[in-house]
Design a protein around this ligand. Structure first.
Ligand code: 13P
Length: 290
């Protein structure tokens, strides 16, 4: 059933586990993520960036796909449909399209005050419609430049100020990076996470860049207050690997192996299998209605 993300994340904080937020790219992704969550009776967040929405034509198409899948597949566990790293304008488009949750990423605004002010506005508008809101403090780095060995660390006082604006969950940089981690990555800063947690109390905290962080490190972060973990690249990598193996084995050239239903099946199964492993690592299996 489609719900906002507030209750499932508050339950995660109380139960000391984290809810996975998997990025969707298309029908295959959304269907596979839902299958994994239903099979393990786990709550789940399906999230979409504006780039992935453009690929699927629009936020409305994404919302229709996810809403219809949840209904047609009789998904019984709570599912939130969330905007990932949205601009101010994206948030309104998603609210109109029927998303149940939005992230306004104001970490790239010129000043922190602009981030705070726009976050507060989105909170008011979204909450009036029952939609949950994620905000971000301190950008999450990437390795596009090939040199990042360290993600940014959010300022705890700024985290507290954004928390007080009434957001439902907060992404804060603790050394995490989007994409694959470089070999010389310095790891998560548990000290910074603890400092932030001490100021924001029970507010669910979000770990972006969930791909490739050692499981023990992820689980320690969950014990320290992380309740939502974003995973994108990981599922892309397993999908690509399974598809590559199918083609390298020449299976697309045997019989009707070129049929997209055959060609995409190994990738789809790989997403389900990997998503299930991650749901178990994060401890949300069996927590469908916790
Ligand atoms: P990864 O691609 O590193 O898993 O990060 C996903 C993410 O944080 C989306 O917001």
């Amino acid at each position: 059933m489609l719900v906002n993300a507030t209750n499932m994340l508050n339950s995660a904080v109380r139960g000391h586990y984290a809810v996975a937020a998997f990025n969707t790219n298309n029908l295959e992704w959304a269907a596979s993520i839902l299958d994994a969550a239903e099979e393990l009776q786990s709550p789940v967040i399906i999230q979409c960036t504006s780039g992935a929405a453009k690929w699927q034509v629009s936020f409305q198409v994404v919302a229709d796909i996810v809403r219809d899948l949840v209904e047609a597949k009789n998904i019984t566990v709570p599912v939130a449909l969330h905007l990932d790293h949205g601009t101010y304008e994206d948030c309104f488009k998603c609210i109109d399209a029927g998303f149940t949750s939005v992230m306004y990423d104001g970490s790239h605004e010129e000043t922190f005050d602009i981030n705070l002010q726009k976050t507060s506005e989105i909170v008011k508008i979204a909450h009036a419609k029952g939609i949950s809101v994620e905000a971000e403090v301190g950008g999450i780095g990437g390795v596009e430049d090939g040199v990042a060995s360290k993600g940014e660390l959010a300022d705890p006082a700024q985290c507290k100020a954004i928390a007080d604006a009434g957001v439902d969950f907060l992404a804060c940089g603790i050394g995490n990076i989007h994409g694959l981690y470089p070999d010389n990555w310095e790891g998560l800063s548990f000290d910074r996470l603890a400092e932030i947690k001490a100021l924001v109390g029970d507010l669910p905290l979000v770990l972006h860049g969930g791909t490739g962080i050692p499981t023990e490190m992820v689980q320690k972060a969950i014990r320290l207050g992380i309740a939502k973990i974003n995973v994108n690249t990981d599922l892309q990598v397993v999908f690509a690997k399974a598809t590559r193996e199918y083609i390298e084995a020449g299976l697309d050239q045997q019989g009707k192996g070129y049929d997209p239903r055959k060609l995409l099946k190994p990738g789809r199964e790989a997403i389900v299998a990997r998503a299930k492993e991650l749901l178990c690592d994060f401890g949300s299996d069996g927590k469908g209605w916790a």
